[in-house]
Write a protein that binds this ligand. Structure first.
Ligand code: NAD
Length: 464
């Protein structure tokens, strides 16, 4: 009952054509139309809170507090921020005139790409599908949404809800898995926004390259977390446990592995253990508010990591409810799987360091991370890390929180992604910035023409 059927090529061909035709009517472009579509989205989310919470509970055992904060509340905030600023973002932006262009005016105008495709993963299946949609609407595009087939309750709910308020010529949901996505990727789309894994990101980029379709790739990877000897240990332990074990570690920007300064290693581990106990109790596997692993494939993948080193605490699991305890472990060495794959679960390998240079070398030797977290009260260490490691974005003395403000663009770099979104960046991501030069007819510099006397001499005066 909860499997998602693949969609036929004919259905998808017709849908894309219908959206292309609708986009050409120009209806999606006006400020009023965009604001109304955003109002409808906010209303839809507010009116269906209980159904959304139920779907997220069924797919991922998300607690109400976690689901509201990271999925529902997040979207409502994003819509509110977008509506507040949209008028300003839509205004043409004047630019200066170069000496060579005296008399003319220049400006850029943000134009919608057209038909956009938004592909979502399963870990925040509601939010990661609709947050980019806010950008698509704000920028004046039509949109086709492709939810993850691994969270079928949420996929079906998104489909039902979107149908309630939008005509499919404007915004439509296409449910399905790999096959359906591949048919979608073979369409003459105008823009693709993909959130998911690095290997599938490469598939998307290859498909987009065939038609040179602009893309944004929001990918994943291994995000380091570093605790310096000057850190506030109690606070660091709380904020790291929050970032690592929210959604049972199935967060793209969750701290993946931990580096502890040797002088605070023992104290941190003891404090961390206490914090985890205070968050999830003595028996996290029985705690209703603790998330489950999405399916048995991912569950078994994670269980295998437990033999990659020595377990410091946690390590138990329950196959029946697909839960794994919050686990801290020391990896055998850096060649084991837990130190090479993106973990995406509640297993946390910990290593020790003496000099921050060792950590910097370790991280820059690997793919550029999506996020990085540093706990320190020393400016010098902060600057060293920020200036010497390339990563998508991150927080100092916190985890995850950089994603939750519309004022910071969110995205990766290198293998962790291309482009960014949230707040104005979402509007920018879904818009083409078109440059226009409006030349004066009041006079004309004749020296640029091939028959001009002393033309080159004059040109050299202006262009030097
Ligand atoms: P995934 O790449 O397996 O799937 C994402 C989407 O792509 C799904 O909708 C799926 O149906 C589709 N897909 C899967 N295989 C495909 C193929 N061969 N061809 C075409 N489409 C295909 O990712 P996932 O397992 O759903 O999500 C987990 C990954 O997403 C992690 O790597 C995580 O770090 C990343 N992620 C990134 C962000 C971010 O904002 N950067 C957010 C959440 C998750």
């Amino acid at each position: 009952m909860n499997t998602i059927e693949e969609k036929s090529k004919e259905t998808i061909d017709l849908l894309v054509q219908a959206q292309k035709t609708y986009f050409r009517t120009g209806k999606t472009r006006s400020y009023e139309f965009r604001m109304k579509a955003l109002n409808n989205l906010a209303k839809l989310i507010r009116n269906n809170e209980a159904k959304i919470l139920y779907a997220l509970k069924s797919d991922l055992n998300k607690s109400e507090a976690e689901a509201y904060t990271t999925e529902i509340g997040f979207l409502l905030e994003e819509i509110r921020h977008t509506q507040k600023h949209l008028k300003k973002w839509m205004e043409p932006k004047k630019v200066k005139t170069a000496k060579t262009h005296f008399g003319s005016k220049g400006y850029t105008i943000s134009e919608p790409y057209g038909v956009s495709l938004i592909i979502a993963p399963w870990n925040y299946p509601f939010q990661l599908q609709l947050a980019p949609l806010i950008g698509a609407i704000a920028a004046g595009n039509t949109a086709i949404l492709k939810p993850s087939e691994l969270t079928p309750h949420t996929s079906k709910l998104i489909n039902a809800l979107i149908k309630e308020v939008y005509h499919p010529d404007y915004i439509a949901v296409v449910e399905g898995g790999v096959e359906t996505t591949q048919v979608l990727l073979d369409q003459p789309l105008d823009y693709i926004f993909f959130t998911g894994s690095v290997p599938v990101g490469k598939v998307i980029m290859e498909a987009a390259s065939k038609r040179l379709i602009p893309i944004t790739l929001e990918l994943g990877g291994k995000s380091p977390c570093i605790v310096d000897e000057t850190a506030d240990i109690k606070l660091a332990a709380k904020r790291i446990a929050f970032g690592k074990f929210t959604n049972a570690g199935q967060t793209c920007i969750a701290p993946d592995y931990l580096f502890l300064h040797k002088n605070i290693r023992k104290e941190f581990i003891e404090t961390f253990k206490e914090v985890v106990k205070s968050f999830y109790g003595e028996q996290p596997l029985e705690n209703e508010a603790y998330g489950k692993i999405v399916n048995d494939r991912h569950f078994n993948r994670l269980i295998n990591y437990l033999s990659d080193g020595e377990i410091l605490f946690g390590g138990r699991y329950n196959e029946a409810n697909e839960k794994i305890e919050p686990t801290l472990m020391v990896p055998e060495d850096s060649s084991v799987s837990v130190m090479n794959d993106e973990i995406f679960g509640p297993i946390f390998p910990v290593m020790e360091y003496e000099d921050i240079e060792e950590v910097i070398e370790f991280v820059v030797d690997r793919s550029k991370p999506l996020a990085l977290y540093l706990f320190t009260t020393t400016n010098e260490i902060e600057h060293k890390v920020i200036n010497n490691i390339s990563f998508g974005g991150g927080s100092i003395n916190d985890t995850l929180m950089h994603i939750a403000t519309p004022y910071l663009p969110f995205g990766g770099v290198g293998e962790s992604g291309i482009g960014s979104y949230h707040g104005e960046s979402s509007f920018v991501a879904f818009s083409h910035s078109k440059s226009v030069l409006n030349q004066t007819n009041k006079f004309d510099f004749s020296f640029r023409y091939p028959n001009a006397k002393n033309g080159l001499k004059m040109i050299k005066k202006f262009m030097k």
